[in-house]
Design a protein. Structure first.
Length: 254
């Protein structure tokens, strides 16, 4: 709503034609609508919602309480977050999927980091999850040297235990309850051995955002196996869980 007018864009612009700030606000709102529509189309056509969530999480996940974290450092080749093993597949797959949208809207409307956060929230909605408000204002870093140079202490390793999860998440200000909730993102997507050393989806429908992850974690019987080549993981039929997933049910405090 602008100056008492709602819905009619032409009339809204007429009402604020002597106020450049309001005109700019309306134009940006309209453009954000196009951006969201473009992201929705991408998620629907490519089925790439899960990797967009992973992209946003790994961008934000290097945060710690000492020096914060840079924004969108993963897009910059030459080292840093672009080269981290924990981010394997993101610079090569996720970022190129966003290339056309990036060229259209960055930096004129939105930063890379804000785009990645918005893409994750749009992905959650497209896959049946809640409508999450995206807050903007992230500034992109300019060189790869500004990014995290190591994943140690910043990003979780799937073959570690409950203590490792707390060592990663608690310095970011998260509680045990938060760790469990964030792990629920595993209800979508799948692991790829050539990226992480793990293989397979967590749930039967890797493009449906619901609570299947938690139901399966509690109700299915899981058997520990080691992929060859690969890392130890748990299987139940065609779905799998990581050691960090199993920690949520094996650790009494969780």
């Amino acid at each position: 709503e602008v100056n008492g007018v709602r819905g009619n864009v032409a009339l809204m612009l007429e009402k604020c034609k002597h106020d450049p700030t309001l005109e700019l606000t309306i134009c940006k709102c309209l453009t954000y609508g196009h951006l969201i529509s473009d992201l929705q189309k991408l998620m629907t056509i490519k089925g790439c919602g899960p990797i967009m969530i992973r992209l946003s999480w790994h961008d934000a996940g290097v945060f710690n309480g000492v020096d914060g974290c840079p924004n969108a450092a993963m897009r910059l080749a030459g080292g840093g977050e672009h080269a981290l093993g924990a981010n394997a597949g993101l610079p090569q797959v996720a970022i190129p999927l966003l290339q056309a949208i990036t060229e259209k809207y960055v930096p004129g409307l939105i930063s890379h980091a804000d785009l990645w956060a918005l893409a994750a929230n749009v992905a959650i909605k497209v896959m049946g999850g809640p409508d999450i408000i995206t807050h903007f204002g992230r500034f992109d870093c300019l060189t790869c040297n500004e990014g995290a140079q190591s994943a140690a202490g910043r990003l979780p390793d799937g073959d570690k235990d409950a203590q490792h999860l707390r060592e990663i998440f608690c310095p970011k200000g998260f509680t045990d309850k938060d760790i469990v909730a964030l792990s629920g993102a595993h209800t979508v997507g799948a692991c790829h051995a050539d990226r992480s050393g793990f293989e397979g989806p967590w749930t039967d429908d890797k493009l449906k955002f619901d609570n299947s992850y938690f139901k399966d974690l509690l109700n299915k019987k899981w058997t520990l196996e080691t992929m060859k080549p690969g890392k130890p993981q748990y299987w139940s039929g065609k779905t799998m869980m990581l050691t960090t997933d199993m920690a949520l049910v094996e650790d009494a405090k969780f």
